[in-house]
Unconditional design. Sequence first.
Lengths: 105, 180
Amino acid sequence: MTPPRPNPSASANAPGGVSAPSPPSPPRSGIARSRLAEQNRTAIVTGILCIVLIIALMQLWLLTATMNAFLGGDHAVVWPALGASIVCLLLNLGLLRYLYLLERP
Amino acid sequence: MADPTPIRVHTPNGRPSDAQPKWRQDFPIDTQQDNFVARRDFTKFMVLISASFVAGQGWIALKTLRGEGGNAGPKAIARVDEIAVGQAALFFYPGEHDSCLLVRAGEREFLAYSNKCSHLSCPVTPDVPSGCLRCPCHHGSFDLATGRPLAGPPRRPLSRIVLEVRDGKVYATGVEERTA
């Protein structure tokens, strides 16, 4: 395990430019570290969830608009809408992959 | 920045959370961990929903490829003298299950629309004196002259059947679907 490094900014701000070495910070316990990691993970997964929700809502709107156009006899929008929906799914799958990477120890 | 205050996470066997069996990690006791698992699972479910939306789009695209509906060529649906002015008749076009309404609005004016309401496919009934077609299910109504929605939940007009009158007979020659 590496020893804690002295903080360079602390010594630069000290009066006279010379200061006593700052006392080493107390070692963080493993539980506290994992707690911090858990908080970060929850924040990240919340962000991913928000993006996935927005993309899924866009897909829902796209599906209803396409269905309305199709039932009205307008078939020109069907294939571009399918392409856009696939792109949205790929974005979601990318975020899901990131979620799995996040869970990996 | 100060270190966060260490908070001890109690687990049933005293080992850290990461060392717990998989089933216990999926049903955590700790609130923070539970928030993570709930949001993670909801995200996975939303990605599944996203895939189902793509499946729906694919189904519509397949229906386009198969070319369902469309025109089935001219078909004699009634004789002119069979229907009095202000009366209506039921016929099937283009398929044998596609019910349509033929309305004689004037001496020389015939109108025909799909009989399915554009809201939820209930059969519409003609109300020739008031110039509209009414859907009894959700009280939607359509303009008899154009087939466009006048009131109620329908947003799309009724499909119009293209007619042709020759040799004393009324022929259906095509279906005109419209979005507005």
